[in-house]
Write a protein that binds this ligand. Structure first.
Ligand code: PRP
Length: 213
């Protein structure tokens, strides 16, 4: 008997790319494309229900086992951590975490403790810990590029995709902190309980990735 698996998809750009992947290997995603007011979307031709969530909530749902699977960016995984299996790099949502400073700025010169602003304090802390460098980390909720412009910080750690946002604000990346892309994650208990079904789903995702032209 096949159980219905439940998957949490990160809303927005990753949601669109996830649906494209699922459709490539034959899932009927009409219920996700046209959700109406429903919050749980049953795939009619495969034993899978999908819910849409903000990235950190995808991890929360998978960790707690209310969703067996999840699709979430490596950025959120690095920042939030958690106990789950990361089984597949889906190859979309590609960007990087970068350390950036004002154009021409000398971040590593001088002796005073540097201030670094980020929406991702844990990623920032881990990066400077590997360098054995003590920095003050200031958590910012949005438009972190403002922090060096306003003089609040010497540098930022943020997501860079094209680099256009940094450039438009007179900033430049000086180091890559981590590569980021969308990942398929699995609840640890579900992996044991529904091994066959989950392996089937992972294999279909892998085939869907290989099909890409
Ligand atoms: C990210 C990041 C930058 C921008 C970088 O924000 O915080 O602002 O993308 O992209 P670029 O290098 O192509 O200019 P995002 O659009 O993900 O929204 P957010 O601020 O809500 O995280």
């Amino acid at each position: 008997m096949s159980e219905r698996l439940r998957i949490a998809l990160t809303k927005g750009r990753l949601q669109d790319r996830s649906v494209e992947l699922f459709e490539r290997f034959g899932l009927d995603c009409a219920p996700i494309r046209d959700p109406g007011r429903r919050l749980v979307h049953a795939i009619p031709n495969y034993p899978l229900d999908a819910v849409l969530a903000k990235a950190p909530d995808v991890i929360t749902y998978v960790e707690h086992g209310v969703c067996d699977l999840g699709i979430v960016g490596k950025d959120t995984i690095l920042e939030k951590g958690g106990a789950f299996y990361e089984v597949l790099d889906l190859g979309f949502g590609v960007c990087r975490f970068a350390l950036a400073v004002k154009e021409g700025g000398d971040f590593y010169g001088g002796y005073e403790t540097r201030r670094v602003a980020s929406k991702y304090p844990e990623v920032t802390r881990a990066f400077f810990e590997t360098k054995g460098m003590d920095v003050d980390i200031i958590k910012i909720e949005g438009s972190v590029e403002l922090a060096p412009i306003l003089g609040l910080a010497d540098a930022i750690v943020d997501i860079v995709e094209t680099g256009a946002t940094l450039k438009a604000n007179g900033l430049q990346p000086i180091e890559t902190v981590a590569r980021v892309s969308a990942r398929l994650i699995v609840n640890t208990a579900s992996m044991k309980l529904y091994k066959g079904q989950i392996e089937d789903f992972i294999a279909r995702c892998e085939a869907g990735l290989e099909d890409r032209t």
